[in-house]
Write a protein that binds this ligand. Structure first.
Ligand SMILES: [Zn+2]
Length: 435
């Protein structure tokens, strides 16, 4: 528990009135900055007849059209800039698995802001100067490694910048250096857990790691519970992506009830992914972000494809006044449409992980046979499970999944550790063989 610790108490506990003033000032600045210094945004605003002075508050932002991932791709590489090239210090890129990557550029001020929000998030996750922090996301075009690094430098903790991969060596460093906290892509902490056990290392007993902060992928509370138990660890969830800065945009506090969004730097709306219309407070939809302080590559109303909601209630017992986002339940693109029914991988994960007989890895395979969509869920048995009646378990899982998903799926149980693991990057849990 780290109740009461802040990296920047003043900024994290601003009164709502002050915070809303800071937010609206940021919106005005950002719209004017983008309009005056970026051709794409100037044209966009001119097309709908909006001048910067027409946007005074968060509500006025709705006059501005959305920015999409395709817009940003069309601006590759330098079209998103709103500062001279010579003011840039750094660039990062999304993994670009679906084509041209989207980019984030940074001035000195942008790097300072990124370090600040990352530091606030890490301290919220329990990081102190006394900690030894192992940073396992890669240091490269991916924002993971550097995002944690810039934050941890501000906090003053000792950093072990291992970067991605080499799982056995990661575990060895944890033992040798006495790592107390770890950051990772969600699927990678699962990999590290397995690697430790393969090496005969019990993370609970043999390591000093008691805090962890994980992000970059959707994960359910059932999965968090598994990780927390395997390491006897307090598990935190961090949110962010390249187009805003990287990890550190939002983070959950020790009460683990939603992610505090740093509202002095980012403004979030939630819209219906189909119509683009705003949804009701606390209703789920697609997150849309506007940067409030970003100089190099500002984004206005960027549809980030992540699905979540905004909390209605402001107060949180941790003392922070920044509004909370719900935990990310998936991406718009993750939704699987099967014979008219929508299936979210998070719903499948929630069901599977309720069964102690199952491990943490699974795959959802969608195919089309004889004109019908078929869904198969491949789940690994738990290595530590006692004798399992596989036929009975399968039948129970199929019933449980049918009830949750409102459609029939086939379940296949496989041996422990038989699904392919990702050493670097994100897990591939959905395989759609239809197109
Ligand atoms: Zn809180």
């Amino acid at each position: 528990m780290n109740g009461g610790r802040f990296f920047n108490r003043q900024a994290e506990t601003l009164s709502r009135r002050e915070l809303e003033m800071v937010r609206d000032r940021g919106i005005r600045w950002s719209v004017k900055h983008a309009y005056e210094n970026n051709e794409f945004y100037r044209r966009r605003l001119q097309q709908v007849g909006v001048r910067p002075e027409d946007v005074k508050t968060a509500d006025d932002l709705r006059k501005i059209p959305f920015t999409t991932k395709d817009d940003l791709r069309s601006l590759y590489p330098y079209g998103i800039l709103a500062v001279p090239r010579t003011s840039l210090l750094e660039v990062h890129a999304t993994s670009g698995t679906t084509g041209v990557p989207t980019l984030g550029f940074y001035t000195q001020n942008d790097l300072d802001v990124w370090g600040e929000v990352s530091a606030r998030s890490l301290v919220m996750s329990g990081l102190t100067k006394e900690d030894i922090l192992q940073i396992t996301p890669s240091f490269g075009m991916f924002t993971g490694g550097f995002g944690f690094y810039y934050g941890a430098r501000k906090v003053g903790a000792m950093i072990i910048p291992t970067g991605a991969g080499f799982s056995r060596r990661q575990i060895q460093y944890m033992l040798d250096f006495g790592t107390t906290m770890v950051c990772a892509v969600v699927s990678y902490i699962l990999r590290l857990t397995e690697t430790a056990l393969e090496m005969g290392v019990d993370p609970r007993r043999d390591t000093k790691v008691r805090k962890g902060v994980f992000g970059s992928e959707m994960w359910t509370k059932e999965m968090k519970k598994r990780v927390a138990e395997a390491w006897d660890m307090d598990v935190y969830d961090i949110y962010g992506f390249t187009e805003l800065c990287g990890p550190g945009v939002a983070n959950d506090c020790y009460l683990h009830d939603g992610l505090h969004l740093w509202e002095d730097h980012f403004y979030a709306e939630v819209v219906d992914p189909k119509t683009g219309e705003p949804v009701e407070m606390e209703e789920k939809g697609e997150l849309v972000f506007t940067t409030l302080t970003k100089e190099a590559s500002p984004v206005l109303r960027y549809r980030c494809r992540d699905i979540s909601y905004v909390y209605d209630s402001i107060s949180c017992d941790c003392g922070r006044t920044h509004r909370r986002l719900g935990y990310i339940s998936g991406r718009v693109d993750d939704m699987i449409k099967v014979s008219g029914v929508s299936i979210w991988p998070s719903a499948v994960e929630s069901v599977l992980l309720k069964y102690p007989e199952l491990g943490v890895e699974y795959q959802i395979i969608v195919s089309r046979e004889e004109g019908r969509d078929r869904v198969k869920v491949v789940a690994e048995l738990n290595k530590d499970a006692k004798t399992v009646d596989a036929a009975r378990l399968r039948k129970k899982l199929e019933e449980d999944l049918r009830e949750t998903l409102m459609t029939g799926v086939e379940v296949q149980l496989v041996e422990p550790l038989s699904l392919q693991r990702q050493e670097v990057g994100k897990a591939k849990r959905v395989v759609d063989m239809r197109s």
